[in-house]
Ligand binder design. Structure first.
Ligand SMILES: [Zn+2]
Length: 75
């Protein structure tokens, strides 16, 4: 798709790292599927991916995790 930010680039499938901060906890998810603009580097995530990340972040916070780096893998 066309990039909505720079309006010039095309987005390409790839993976990226996402850092989430929740109530003092820092969670880094690696290899998260994304669409990345080949011009400006803007990153787009699927709504389903975002939902997954939010859920996992919540679970980790509830489990008392303060800092964690994990790999995102499609369940
Ligand atoms: Zn762009």
């Amino acid at each position: 798709m066309k990039c909505a930010v720079c309006k010039h680039g095309e987005t390409k499938p790839g993976t990226t790292s996402v850092t989430l901060e929740r109530r003092g906890a820092t969670l880094v998810f690696r290899e998260v599927p994304a669409l990345i603009c080949d011009n400006c580097g803007e990153i787009y995530h699927d709504e389903a991916v975002v939902t997954q990340l939010m859920q996992r972040a919540e679970e980790a916070v509830r489990a008392g995790v303060e800092i964690d780096v994990r790999r995102y893998a499609v369940a």
